[in-house]
Design a protein. Sequence first.
Length: 275
Amino acid sequence: MTTYAIGDLQGCHTQLIALLEKIDATTPNAQLIFVGDIVNRGPKSLATLRQIYALRKRARIVLGNHDLNLLAVACGLRKPHGSDTLDDILAADDREELLTWLRHQPLAIEQDGNLFVHAGVPPQWNAQQTLALSREVEGALQGDDWPEFLKKMYGNEPALWNDDLQGADRLRCIVNALTRIRFCKPDGSMDFKTVEGAGNAPEGLLPWFDCPNRQTENNTVVFGHWSTLGLLIRPNVLGLDTGCVWGGKLTAINLQDRSTIQVECPQHQKPGKKS
C-alpha cells in the first residue's frame, strides 16, 4: 500500500485539507505518516489535531517538540510562548480525549526500512536502538506520573549520549535528540542553539545526518523540524519541513517512488521566533 510522509503542520489546517485532497485524488486511501509538530504557531491548532485524530485508522504520527510543549502547557508546567496558538485546544470540550491520545503516540516509528522521527537521530544510535530508546520515553509519557516526566524534560544537558545515563538525564537526552536535534559535533555532541540551514553551520558543527560513522546510514531517516533546511531528498535522508507556517509549503512525499505533493501556504508567523 502506498504511504505518504508529511512534514510539519503546525496548526495549518486549511493547507492540511488541501494536501489531503491532492493525495486522495492521486492515491485514494493512502497511508499517512506525519513527522511531528502537528500543532502550534498556525491559526487552527485544534482543527488540525482533531483532523489527525479522525484520520488515526490510516495515519500515524511521531511526536515533535511543539506537541510535547502542548502537553506541558496543558499540565500547567510550562507557560505559553508569545507565538503559541494553543488556546483553542486548551479550552476545547474534547481536550482530554485529544491530549490522552496525543501522549500515547511514539517518538520514533520504523516501517519498510524507513525510520521516522521528528528532528533526527544522533550518529551513535542505530535504528533498533533509536526505537528502543523512544519506547523508554513513551513509557514515561504514557504512565501515571507523566506530568512528573514533563516537569524534568526541559534543558540542553546532557548533550552527548552515554549508555550509562539514568533517570531524568537519560530521558531528556533522548527527547532532545529525537525532537530538537539539528547540528552535532563530530563526536556526536548535540547543539541546540544553531537554527540556520545546513550550509551555514558554525565551525565545528555538522548536520546530524552528515556526521561521520552515522549508524543509521543503512536506513532512510524521515524527519521534519528543520524549516531552514527545506526539502531534502537523499537516498537515506528525507527532510520534509518546508516551512508551512512561515509562508512556505506543506509537503508530502510518496515513500514508494519519491514523488512529492505540495501546497502553498500563507505566512502565519515571522521567521526567527523561538523554535
